[in-house]
Design a binder for this molecule. Structure first.
Ligand code: HEM
Ligand code: HEM
Length: 169
């Protein structure tokens, strides 16, 4: 069995720092105290860097490599779950979830920032958007982690190890 590099060090750093800082921002609330805000800004910076990698990076980290086109989604779903192992990077269904997560992380961090500006301070819709988007991310993250373990079981592909070591067999 050959071992292929799939996730570059920047992608792996993005993933684990983002996961830790998102959970930290979600946990350190206390009325949006400064730890909360800095964790949130760090999440925003990481997501913007990940978008840069998606546009200008290499190999499987490029959006073009895993963009969930209708044709790719149809091919994936027709062969599910046995065909999963044929996708070297993110599978198209996982890619849909990833793009949605990146978008909702931006919405959460930007709405959090807006709440702190003079222009939007005290605006109820901004507060509600912030709470709602943070909760949506949390729900999607739970599904994400369950999906990783389920797909590992169904297909035997060590997805988690690949996000740690960068290599996949
Ligand atoms: C702590 C438990 C977590 C585990 C075990 C985990 C595991 C993984 C794995 C194995 C992948 C690669 C999936 C594939 O091969 O297609 C992945 C990708 C991803 N995960 Fe997680 N994850 C966790 C938490 C999170 C959290 C909290 C977030 C967001 C706040 C998150 C966001 C993402 C994103 C955006 C990707 C795509 C990575 C990229 O291409 O940059 N994950 N995760
Ligand atoms: C992705 C990162 C972030 C996450 C996951 C997040 C999550 C949350 C959550 C779950 C709440 C509690 C909502 C509730 O009361 O039920 C909250 C409140 C708050 N957040 Fe964030 N947040 C993030 C980023 C930010 C940023 C960047 C700022 C500002 C610089 C910020 C400012 C606030 C403030 C001021 C509150 C209190 C709002 C209120 O009193 O109703 N957040 N955040």
């Amino acid at each position: 069995m050959s071992v292929l590099p799939v996730w570059s060090l920047p992608v792996r750093l993005f993933h684990w720092l983002n996961a830790a800082l998102f959970l930290a921002a979600y946990g350190w609330l206390e009325g949006g105290g400064s730890l909360h805000e800095w964790a949130g800004y760090a999440v925003l910076a990481l997501v913007l860097a990940r978008i840069g990698l998606g546009l200008f990076g290499q190999g499987q980290e490029r959006f073009a490599a895993f963009w969930p086109t209708p044709a790719r989604l149809a091919r994936y779903l027709r062969a599910f779950p046995a065909g999963h192992a044929e996708w070297p990077g993110h599978n198209p269904l996982g890619a849909l979830m990833i793009l949605f997560l990146l978008l909702m992380l931006v919405v959460t961090a930007v709405s959090g920032w807006l709440q702190d500006t003079d222009a939007f301070w005290g605006e109820e819709w901004v507060q509600r958007l912030h709470e709602w988007s943070a909760d949506v991310v949390m729900v999607v993250v739970v599904v994400h982690v369950l999906a990783v373990f389920l797909m590992q079981r169904l297909t035997g592909v060590a997805l988690l190890r690949a996000m740690v070591t960068g290599r996949r067999s």
